[in-house]
Structure formats: structure tokens, C-alpha cells
Design a protein around this ligand. Structure first.
Ligand code: NAP
Ligand code: ZN
Ligand code: ZN
Length: 351
């Protein structure tokens, strides 16, 4: 396998800031697409990985899995893309392709485990994977998405992870007209979830710890907003919601939200608090409620989500940053001070 050296931003340990570094990318093989990265979103998972919140981090880490750009080279057998096309890469860059989940389009549940776009052992080419805070990415076309031409490109990048992570459970639990939905945590995932759940026809109320976000929730499309620290406001939807999507990134009391569900209502966790959550038996036995989880989404479903977002003109609300400002952005992300997704302009990597 031949490789070339490219510019990237990453870190050599959990205590060092992100900085300029060089990494190797393979030259396209038969089924590969090379994408010049134009924009990459910053997901809270990038921060969890850099901080080694879940253990097993492989340094150097070059984060980034909300990648959009333009195809610059294709392998001899590529059929889905041509040079010049807009293309994207999300969280998954490889799976076994032969297990039942892979065959059914649930690559996120591959029995052999997924190869993530960064910080993951590369079973095919060796070493570990590097993500989208870099000049280009080379990925098998099977895991590359077509990006709608009509949406703003930088604001589309976050759909590759935030978008699919919230679309998949809303889709699986068949959210639509007549459903009352709660969205918990209005960050990158939560604010896209408001837009998608509304486009699916649901009545949407958000639960946030921030008064500023309560005031902004209607602009984002929500029907109502509740300040979760106010017990009086928390009474309004008690026992009334059919479905809650929990996107909170840190430890929190899930019981106060389970109590917002109707009989047979479901609360689905997509946030990844590093510490275990505790659930009182009464929160679920009362009302035969379900507490479940969901993990990104498969490749076909990600394409379906992008098409849905194009149809409904849904993108993320972003703050576009220069890559040199990445460490400041991480500090703000840690404090929940983002409106509502940082996206890196990779043109600034050339500076
Ligand atoms: P984010 O932009 O940082 O948003 C997280 C939100 O959670 C914050 O904006 C805040 O909302 C709320 N929050 C944070 N700390 C809190 C605390 N101590 N108590 C209560 N609320 C708190 O993060 P994100 O990028 O949307 O990601 C959210 C989580 O999903 C992360 O853990 C990420 O790793 C995970 N994730 C999971 C998947 C998956 O497949 N399951 C995919 C992508 C990301 P308010 O200010 O509104 O309270
Ligand atoms: Zn993510
Ligand atoms: Zn598989």
C-alpha cells in the first residue's frame, strides 16, 4: 500500500492541546474514494475520545467524524462517485460486511465491531484510523455518503453524526403526527433533533438546563421549552410525553424525565455520560415505560436522513471556526457554550 503525507490537527495525549501534525493517508485502492475535506463538525464524542473518557484511546488522535468535501480521486472499481462530486464520511469507515446486521444495513451493530473514522484499529490497512480534522480522507465507497447540493455545505457537516444519531431513533420509534416528543439537552444533537422531530410531525418540547436556550428553543422550531432545574415547570408534561430523546453528555438524573412519559412511553438514550446512570424501578414499572439506547445509524439510513433533511431544508446552526481556534472551541464545548455546533473550515489548515 502506498501512502502520502498530509496535514492534520490532533493530540499526542489526553493532557496536551490539539496541534498541527502530519499523518499518512493511503493512495486510493480499487474501491476507495479520496475526499478533500472542506468542513468537519466537532461532536462531543470527539472531546470524550481526546479526554479518553471511555478508556482505550490510541494516540496520536486526529478526531472528526462529521466530514464533508469534494471527491479528488477514485479507485478503478468505484461506481457511486466521480471526481468533483460532493461527498461525506460519518462515524463508520469499515465493517465486516458479512454478518447479519451488516447485510441488513445495521452496520452500527456489526458483530465484528465497526471501524470508526478515528481512534479505531484499522483491520484492513493496519495502524489506527485518523478523522476529519485533516486535509483529506480515503474511504471505501460503501461507507461514503452523497451530500445534497441544495443545502449549505458547512451546516450540513453535522448531519453526518448529530443528524443520523437523532434521526435513527426518531425513525425507529415511528415518531410522527400526534406524538408528543421531549428532547433532552440542546447541544449539537439536541438542536438537530428538534428540527427533525418537527419535520416528522411531532409536538416537540425541549428540556434544558439553560435559560438562554429556553428563550431560543422556539426559534429552533420547538413548540415549548422547559427549564429542567425548575420543579414547577417540570410538572407541565408529567405523564404526557410519548417519547423522549436524551442527548445529555454528562451524568444526570434520568428518573425525573422518565416520569414525563405516558403509559408505554419510551425514553431513548443517545448521550454518552462516562459514568453509569441510576434508574429507580418505580420510574419504569409505573406506566410500563421503556428505557432504551440507540447508536448512530447504518449507511443506508444515513443517506435516507440526508435526503430527508434536503427535502425539509434542515441543517445545523453552526459557528464556523478556524482550525487554529480548536482548543478554545473544545473548552466552550465542555462548558455547553455552543450555539449549536462548531464546524471547522478546513481551508484554514493550509495557513
Ligand atoms: P453537546 O453539543 O455538548 O450537547 C450536550 C448537551 O447536554 C449540552 O448542550 C447541555 O444541554 C446538556 N448537558 C451537558 N452537561 C450537562 C449536565 N451536567 N447536566 C444536564 N445537561 C447537561 O454534545 P453533542 O455533540 O450533542 O453530544 C451529546 C452526547 O451524545 C455526547 O455524550 C456524545 O458523545 C453523544 N453521542 C452519542 C452518539 C450515539 O451514537 N449514541 C452519537 C453522537 C454523539 P443544555 O444546555 O440544553 O442543558
Ligand atoms: Zn459524533
Ligand atoms: Zn458485520
Amino acid at each position: 500500500m502506498t501512502t502520502k503525507e498530509i496535514k492534520a490537527f490532533g493530540t499526542n495525549s489526553e493532557i496536551e492541546p490539539l496541534q498541527k501534525m502530519k499523518i499518512e493517508r493511503r493512495i486510493v485502492t480499487d474501491h476507495d474514494v479520496e475526499i478533500e475535506i472542506l468542513f468537519c463538525g466537532i461532536c462531543h464524542s470527539d472531546l470524550h475520545q481526546v479526554k479518553n473518557d471511555f478508556g482505550g484511546a490510541m494516540y496520536p488522535i486526529v478526531p472528526g467524524h462529521e466530514i464533508v468535501g469534494r471527491v479528488t480521486a477514485i479507485g478503478n472499481h468505484v461506481t457511486k462517485f466521480k471526481v468533483g462530486d460532493l461527498a461525506g464520511v460519518g462515524c463508520i469507515v469499515d465493517t465486516c460486511r458479512t454478518c447479519n446486521p451488516c447485510k441488513e444495513g445495521f452496520e452500527q451493530f456489526c458483530e465484528e465491531g465497526m471501524t470508526f473514522s478515528f481512534n479505531s484499529i484499522d483491520k484492513t490497512y493496519g495502524g489506527h484510523t485518523f478523522g476529519g480534522y485533516s486535509e483529506c480522507i480515503v474511504t471505501d465507497e460503501k461507507y461514503v455518503l452523497s451530500i445534497p447540493k441544495t443545502l449549505d455545505l458547512a451546516s450540513t457537516a453535522p448531519l453526518l453524526c448529530a443528524g443520523i444519531t437523532v434521526y435513527s431513533p426518531l425513525n425507529h420509534w415511528k415518531i410522527g403526527k400526534g406524538n408528543k416528543v421531549g428532547i433532552l439537552g440542546i447541544g449539537g444533537l439536541g438542536h438537530v433533533a428538534i428540527k427533525i422531530a418537527k419535520a416528522m410531525g411531532a409536538y416537540v418540547t425541549v428540556f434544558t438546563t439553560s435559560q438562554v436556550k429556553v428563550d431560543d428553543a422556539k426559534r429552533l422550531g420547538a413548540d415549548d421549552a422547559i427549564l429542567s432545574s425548575d420543579p414547577e415547570q417540570m410538572k407541565k408534561y408529567a405523564g404526557k410525553l410519548n417519547f423522549i430523546l436524551d442527548t445529555v453528555s454528562a451524568k444526570h438524573d434520568v428518573n425525573i424525565y422518565l416520569n414525563q412519559l405516558t403509559i408505554d412511553g419510551s425514553m431513548v438514550l443517545v448521550g454518552l455520560p462516562p459514568e453509569p446512570l441510576s434508574i429507580s424501578a418505580f420510574s419504569v414499572i409505573k406506566g410500563r415505560r421503556s428505557f432504551a439506547g440507540s447508536n448512530i445509524g447504518g449507511i443506508a439510513e444515513t443517506q435516507e436522513m440526508l435526503d430527508f433533511c434536503e427535502k425539509h431544508n434542515i441543517t445545523a446552526d453552526i459557528e464556523l471556526i478556524n482550525i487554529q481556534d480548536i482548543n478554545k472551541a473544545y473548552e466552550r464545548l465542555e462548558k455547553g457554550d455552543v450555539h449549536y455546533r462548531f464546524v471547522i473550515d478546513l481551508a484554514t489548515l493550509k495557513n
